[in-house]
Design a protein around this ligand. Structure first.
Ligand SMILES: [Zn+2]
Length: 158
């Protein structure tokens, strides 16, 4: 058995007139994340962690934002595509852990929904999906509510 760990990071600008989607869940808010897809930083960080664990390049290589095919795509669809890639290489997810850094909105009421959205795609139990939300203590662009960032670590088993 071979174990492989990967790390991922992502950040998107918060802008008016977009739906906020985090961890595959729509979160009611006055702004949303700017992006070619739905801008789901949590899923993008998880995807980059998976690609990193497999020694592959990043999400931008796999799903270029110059490709109209991915315009407005739900990031859960991108995650499903990466899971298929992972399965083809005979990998399975052992567990993932993530940190969402957002000054607002308050994300704790949505964490369980995010876990429910992600566990069937990742094919793991709820106890193997960590999602934690924190503010940036008012510091920097994330702290001023200009952006939301996410970190992820993934452990894969071959
Ligand atoms: Zn992204």
């Amino acid at each position: 058995m071979k174990l492989k760990a990967g790390i991922g990071y992502d950040i998107h600008r918060l802008v008016a007139g977009r739906k906020l989607v985090l961890g595959g869940v729509a979160v009611p808010f006055t702004k949303g994340l700017l992006g070619h897809s739905d801008g789901d930083v949590v899923i993008h960080a998880v995807i980059d962690a998976m690609l990193g664990a497999m020694g592959e390049r990043d999400i931008g290589r796999l799903f270029p934002d110059t490709d109209p095919k991915y315009k407005g795509i739900r990031s859960v669809e991108l995650l499903k595509a990466v899971m298929a890639r992972l399965a083809k290489k005979k990998y399975r997810v052992v567990n993932i852990d993530t940190v969402i850094v957002a000054q607002s909105p308050q994300l704790s009421p949505y964490i369980n929904n995010m876990k429910r959205a992600l566990t069937p795609i990742l094919k793991v139990g709820k106890e193997n999906v960590g999602i934690k939300a924190k503010t940036n203590e008012g510091l920097g662009p994330v702290g001023r509510g200009k952006a939301i960032a996410a970190w992820a670590i993934v452990l894969l088993k071959k």
